[in-house]
Design a protein around this ligand. Structure first.
Ligand code: AMP
Length: 283
């Protein structure tokens, strides 16, 4: 069956009702779809009869000096991907359709929204949670799939569904990487060849940290930091925003004697592009 494109909320309502019986899975995206997004859709199909993909570059989650206006928009190619992957509905609203001009109320990500990624992107997670809750209310899915690539976002969405009694099951999808380790991202298309060589330090740092998991938190962080410090001397240099070893559910940094699961997360700028990556380790 062909994919139905819903360009506004009214069209989404009709398309959603036309799906009839069966479980619905939602895969929220900002478009510029790649293999990582495809893997989310495939996982969604395992959990539901119908998959709805949203393609929406959400202005609320971008800071004033971030890349909202130059974020890649490749809707025709995205539609082909969705068709190939058996998606039932693509919801691609405009910002004007999504947000009322006199809107007031937003979701707050709380303290968890101000740590790690949130410390560098004030308001980012409030914007993410607000749009995700709106998408949940509009699509009314049984399940929604999010990538481990955005580990803090995943943790906050789980927190929101628990704290606000949102009746949607959250499924996490593993991070899809290039053969050399670089995590796929819509922003990778901004990277020059030299940028890309430097950017490889993110995944190499995480692997170096993972290899020292038996050494405990200090050993993990030291091993990862050594790789990042070396890349700070590359051309172009890697400019580190943060490297943390955190509780995967709360994103609070783990203590020096922590054992068990922890997420090693990194964010850095390479050239004009900001990249994030993470790995879940067992210490
Ligand atoms: P985005 O379009 O970047 O907002 O991402 C939409 C969804 O795809 C989010 O749940 C991301 O975590 C997920 N995602 C992005 N990159 C990857 C990747 N390399 N592997 C798996 N999931 C990803």
């Amino acid at each position: 069956m062909d994919v139905t494109v819903a360009a506004d909320r009214a069209a989404l309502g009709k398309a959603r009702d036309a799906l009839g019986a069966g479980r619905i899975a939602l895969v929220p995206t900002m478009g510029a779809l790649h293999e990582g997004h495809r893997s989310l859709v495939r996982l969604a199909r395992e959990h539901a009869d119908h998959v709805v993909v949203s393609v929406f570059v959400n202005p609320l989650q971008f800071g004033p000096h971030e890349d909202f206006s130059r974020y890649p928009r490749t809707f025709d190619a995205d539609l082909l991907v969705c068709e190939e992957e058996g998606v039932s509905v693509v919801f691609a609203p405009s910002a004007e359709d999504m947000y009322l001009p006199d809107r007031q109320v937003e979701v707050s990500a709380g303290g968890m929204g101000g740590t790690a990624e949130g410390a560098f992107r004030p308001g980012h997670f409030d914007g993410v949670l607000t749009v995700v809750l709106k998408l949940f209310n509009l699509v009314r899915p049984d399940v929604a799939v999010f990538g481990q690539k955005d580990a803090q976002q995943l943790a906050l969405i789980r927190r929101m569904t628990a704290d606000l009694d949102v009746p949607v099951s959250i499924v996490a999808a593993p991070t899809v990487r290039e053969p050399d380790g670089l995590a796929l991202s819509s922003r990778n298309r901004y990277l020059s060849e030299a940028d890309r060589r430097t950017a490889l330090a993110l995944s190499r740092a995480l692997s170096a940290g993972a290899a020292r998991a038996q050494a405990g938190p200090a050993g993990v962080l030291d091993a990862a930091r050594a790789v990042l410090e070396e890349a700070a001397r590359f051309a172009p240099p890697l400019l580190l925003d943060y490297l943390i070893l955190a509780d995967p559910a709360t994103f609070a940094p783990v203590g020096g004697d922590h054992r068990g699961e922890a997420v090693l997360a990194v964010a850095a700028k390479v050239g004009a592009t900001r990249l994030i990556d993470n790995m879940v380790l067992t210490l």
